[in-house]
Design a protein around this ligand. Structure first.
Ligand code: PMP
Length: 462
């Protein structure tokens, strides 16, 4: 049984909660609830267990809310490594390197055959923006400015900045934030449960739809295709059999760079180091953030091939050839030093294997719930990245309304289990329960999580 290891002796926690309520603008939140209830403020964590300011204990099935804390809370070895590095050298940015920056890049590339260059920044959005800028510069330097369009997929998400919102396959996220930059074009999603084509070989058909967009736009105008390996917030979508080989073929045929957004899947979430490695594809760009240092420090990486890197050569006659970009906090050493220790933990504790085993258990438990709860229309996932889509009626597949999906989430919380659901403000997409516990999760914890969902479904739907 886990117990809180230390109380917060520095602060009066009720004053902390009041300060939060008075001054913090919470992410993804309406103001209204905080007029009548205190915000939850977390104080301490160990493994998958969290304690809030009132001393209540929770089991976290979503790795810090947004699938981030892959190695779990309370890792002293990461804290020690970061502390040692910070007192030695906390920071230097620009054209110079740092020891952890060099060593983590080397370790990372060992896990990513075919890729060879790591560009550091701070967030998933930023890592993706770097790719978009690289693609635009390649277009200007090597294609007369013509091959500048970036294709993104319906239901995928790539970030919160204006540039990455222009590639939001979740339209409502971008609403009210325009105007957006030009040259971003949507391709159809590949969720077979909500099939858009009546055909066998659905994966291949969904990939063919990308080719149709490329031909409509003109292949000479398309520079890049960005895809999540497994779509996260858009509904936990694992592309069907046959999809990826066809996507790779299309990109090669039309000389289009393939960018895989591993912000969620990167560093073990699907049971392999990277999500794309389940599908045998060879990307030109891979971006990652959340699990890279499990939230112990802010770090994001844009990784690419030597061939792409070589397109950015400059010399005296061409001083604008290099990638004219910097990320100030890309020079923090806390990120790569935490990432090195995070990777060591995943390796030494066999967390990829645990992810495969516990992910299979989680999916099996959810399928068992599906047998007993008709509101579950579909169960899907890969590794410790699982979803259960709730519907009003299995025959029509009408999505369950947000209020009742959130009632299930709230009921789990009342049982002390934190689960997630696909993004709230997205009508039509907000009906999938999401589970993404830390990769250290045990069988007992998996059963407790799915048991809480079982009780919540019974309470809300009978
Ligand atoms: N890509 C994907 C697939 C994501 O899920 C997210 C974050 N939810 C991002 C990019 C953006 O990352 P960040 O919030 O670190 O900017």
């Amino acid at each position: 049984e886990t117990t809180m290891t230390q109380t917060d002796t520095r602060n009066d926690l009720s004053a902390v909660v009041a300060a939060d309520r008075a001054h913090v603008w919470h992410h993804l939140s309406q103001h209204k609830p905080f007029e009548t209830t205190d915000p939850r403020v977390y104080v301490e964590g160990k493994g998958l267990t969290l304690w809030d300011a009132t001393g209540r204990e929770f089991l976290d099935a979503v790795s810090g809310g947004v699938w981030t804390v892959n190695v779990g809370y309370g890792r002293e070895s990461i804290a020690d490594a970061v502390r040692d590095q910070l007192v030695k050298l906390n920071y230097f940015a620009g054209a110079a390197g740092t020891v952890p920056g060099a060593l983590f890049a080397e370790r990372l590339i060992e896990k990513m055959p075919g890729l060879s260059r790591v560009y550091y920044s701070n967030s998933g959005s930023e890592a993706n923006e770097k790719v978009y800028k690289m693609v635009r510069q390649i277009s200007h330097r090597h294609h007369g400015g013509k091959k500048s369009k970036i294709l993104y997929r319906e239901r995928d998400y790539h970030g919160t900045t204006i540039g990455t919102l222009a590639t939001s396959g979740q339209k409502q996220r971008a609403e009210q934030y325009g105007p957006f930059p030009e040259g971003f074009v949507e391709v159809p999603h590949c969720l077979e449960y909500r099939a858009q084509w009546d055909t066998a070989g659905y994966g291949r058909r969904a990939a063919d739809a990308i080719e149709e967009v490329i031909l409509r736009e003109g292949p000479e105008t398309v520079g890049c295709l960005v895809l999540e390996p497994v779509t996260a917030g858009g509904g936990v979508i694992v592309p069907p059999e046959g999809y990826w080989p066809r996507v790779q073929e299309i990109c090669r045929t039309y000389d289009i760079l393939l960018h895989i957004d591993e912000v969620v899947c990167g560093l073990g979430r699907t049971g392999t180091w990277f999500g794309y490695q389940n599908f045998g594809i060879e990307p030109d760009f891979v971006t990652m953030a959340k699990g890279v240092a499990s939230g112990y420090a802010a770090i994001a990486c844009t990784v690419t091939t030597e061939a792409v890197f070589d397109l950015f050569k400059d010399d005296a006659a061409d001083p604008l050839g290099h990638f004219r970009d910097i990320s100030t906090f890309g020079g923090c050493t806390s990120g790569p030093v935490a990432a090195l220790e995070n990777m060591r933990i995943i390796e030494d504790e066999g967390l990829l294997e645990n992810t495969k085993a516990m992910g299979a258990r989680c999916l099996a438990n959810l399928r068992d719930l599906m047998d007993r709860h008709p509101v579950i229309g579909d169960v899907r996932g890969m590794g410790l990245f699982c979803g259960a889509e709730l519907v009003v009626d299995r025959a029509t597949k009408e999505p369950m309304d947000e209020a009742r999906v959130q009632a299930v989430v709230a009921h789990c919380l009342s049982q002390g289990v934190i689960i997630g659901a696909t993004n709230r403000s997205l009508p039509g997409y907000n009906n999938t329960l999401c589970l993404s516990p830390a990769l250290t999760v045990t069988a007992a914890e998996i059963d407790r999580i799915t048991g809480a969902i079982d009780a919540a479904l019974t309470a809300v739907f009978g």
